[in-house]
Design a binder for this molecule. Structure first.
Ligand code: HEM
Length: 408
């Protein structure tokens, strides 16, 4: 046990302990207190909400529109179209792939959530909001995270300059959630607009509902707006393909063998592409998009003879679990075959039950992410040969860089 910002912190390094503690017990389904996140309004969003009634209402609103049946009924065509658009834009300008991937995912998420393609002005504000959230969560940057009472100090007080920054960030956060929600709500009232999360969630509210019910839908929708994890996955995938041409060729051949060279892989082909599936698992394993998953406990608890004080930080070290050399052979190497049962006496455990989090907090966007990432990876493998840039005879191997924070 250590301490984070003066609060007890427990780091969980084994899968069994993580599933045991976080997998089903509601006691550990809360989130740590993060004063800066509260100040900029982030506590209104699902991911920062403490365990309780409000979280249950959020999860209920998210459950149906994001379940596996809704994916095939409503979102499949969006995901197919957007993965196709990404390939087209990469054909035109593959050197810009970082920006193209990011824009493609932002558009996808806004379309799924609000039913229309975002304009550049909205994306600009959204981008700033995401950057500010990242800054607000930076460890060690804000004194208020160590001394929560500072949040009551007025902006004019010497040394409380952070309050002015907080005010701007909070206004922007609210704008990003509010503006598209009300646009979509008026479309729904007029019987117009496309199928989307907000439309479905509003239509499933009882006829006589409160403004608080609508706020739950508005902030649940705002909580879907994050491209970071899917970007992290695709950048890692491209890096691994550029540096492992043998793996790339094998996957390409598998796809051509099943889909031919004139059609793109789609959801019905997935079961027949086991090697592509192993690549997806290995990308999740080698660079989990959320390497550290924080939870907290709403009551004091005992585990394996230890007392865990109320409101501790309980941090699941996903990275550590997926690089444990007692579980994975050569854990630092990219070896998709480790998951193939017919080539391995010792099939190693897939990472999916860890990378999307745990129990009542497990990622509600998992089904959407999983299908989109399959479509993108398989279609890129079908259409492109990914290699390092060669300049004056030298192959420039890109570097994988990590920013400090909870997402990779
Ligand atoms: C590679 C893709 C993704 C990965 C690896 C991922 C992973 C995660 C993880 C680890 C958590 C924390 C779970 C916990 O606390 O136990 C989480 C939470 C969440 N994710 Fe994802 N995610 C991905 C994509 C998405 C997408 C596409 C959406 C939205 C459509 C989404 C929406 C959310 C929300 C709303 C939460 C908060 C849930 C809560 O706190 O109750 N995620 N995700």
């Amino acid at each position: 046990m250590a301490s984070a910002w003066g609060v007890p912190a427990i780091v969980i390094n084994t899968k069994n302990a993580a599933l045991d503690l976080l997998g089903s017990r509601t006691t550990f389904a809360s989130k740590p207190k993060w004063p800066m996140a509260e100040l900029i309004g982030r506590q209104s969003n699902v991911g920062f909400t403490y365990y309780g009634e409000r979280l249950k209402r959020f999860r209920e609103v998210l459950r149906k529109p994001l379940n596996i049946q809704s994916i095939s009924l409503f979102w499949g065509p969006y995901l197919e179209e957007q993965s196709y658009n990404l390939c087209q834009s990469l054909f035109k300008d593959s050197e810009q792939f970082y920006a193209l991937v990011e824009i493609n995912i932002q558009e996808l998420i806004v379309m799924l959530t609000y039913g229309y393609r975002p304009d550049s002005q909205y994306l600009k504000v959204y981008h700033t909001m995401m950057r500010e959230t990242g800054e607000a969560l930076q460890p060690g940057r804000w004194a208020v995270n160590y001394i929560p009472a500072l949040k009551w100090v007025p902006a004019w007080f010497p040394g409380a300059g952070f309050q002015a920054w907080v005010e701007c960030a909070r206004l922007r956060f609210t704008e990003v959630a509010r503006t598209p929600f009300y646009k979509t709500k008026s479309n729904v009232l007029l019987g117009q607009g496309n199928t989307c999360f907000v439309q479905q969630a509003l239509e499933s509210l009882p006829e006589r509902h409160s403004t608080d019910d609508e706020d739950i839908v508005m902030f649940a929708a705002g909580s879907l707006l994050s491209e970071l994890q899917m970007c992290s996955f695709i950048y890692t995938f491209i890096f691994m393909m550029a540096t492992h041409s043998d793996i790339q060729s094998r996957a390409h051949e598998e796809i051509i063998g099943i889909c031919g060279s004139s059609s793109l892989p789609g959801p019905p082909d997935r079961a027949q592409l086991p090697f592509v599936e192993c690549i997806i698992q290995e990308v999740h394993r080698i660079n989990p998009a959320v390497p550290l998953v924080p939870h907290s406990n709403s009551q004091e608890a005992d585990y394996a003879g230890y007392r865990i004080p109320k409101n501790s930080w309980i941090i699941a070290n996903i990275w550590g679990m997926l690089h444990d050399d007692g579980v994975y052979l050569q854990p630092q190497s990219f070896i998709p075959e480790r998951f193939l049962s017919n080539e391995n006496d010792l099939v190693q455990p897939g990472p999916r039950n860890l990378v999307y989090g745990f129990g009542p907090r497990r990622c509600p966007g998992e089904n959407i992410a999983d299908l989109y990432l399959f479509l993108v990876t398989s279609r890129i493998l079908a259409l492109f040969e990914i290699s390092c840039v060669v300049e004056e005879g030298n192959c420039h191997i890109p570097t994988l860089e990590f920013d400090p924070g909870i997402a990779a």
